[in-house]
Design a protein. Structure first.
Length: 135
């Protein structure tokens, strides 16, 4: 992996983590009946929705550098979820959390080492190939 790709992977992880943390707190706070204004104060952000949107923009740019088709599809799902209706905060943040976890799994699947098994040939196959070469 070249240095610039490693840099993008590192920051992708950071952005995913930030969005995931806001979503986790959002689910918890929304389930406890806390309003979005109070939620913003507790989380220490001016606007949780804007924060998630900004982090997503940065995330998208980094993922484009190394993501395959499955990762890009998961990224599209996250974008749809982020810009969805926000009338039910608990459902909104839970959907973001589920989609983030799905995207994290796709990124991890994309980056894991690919193992290729090469089965050794049977002794008979080797012997028959040598006979063919000699003829």
């Amino acid at each position: 992996m070249i240095k610039s790709t490693a840099y993008k992977v590192y920051w992708t992880g950071r952005y995913l983590e930030r969005i995931e943390n806001i979503a986790r707190f959002g689910v918890y706070l929304a389930n406890n009946g806390i309003s979005i204004q109070e939620m913003n104060n507790i989380l220490g952000v001016k606007d949780a929705f804007l924060y998630i949107s900004n982090e997503f923009q940065l995330l998208r740019e980094d993922i484009r550098g190394f993501g395959d088709e499955a990762v890009m599809n998961a990224l599209s799902s996250l974008e749809t979820t982020i810009y969805a209706k926000r009338d039910n905060l608990s459902k909104y943040f839970a959907d973001i959390l589920n989609t983030i976890i799905y995207l994290e799994n796709m990124v991890e699947e994309n980056l894991k080492p690919q193992f290729v098994s090469i089965m050794p040939k049977k002794q008979e196959e080797i012997g028959s190939q040598e006979k063919i070469k000699k003829s």
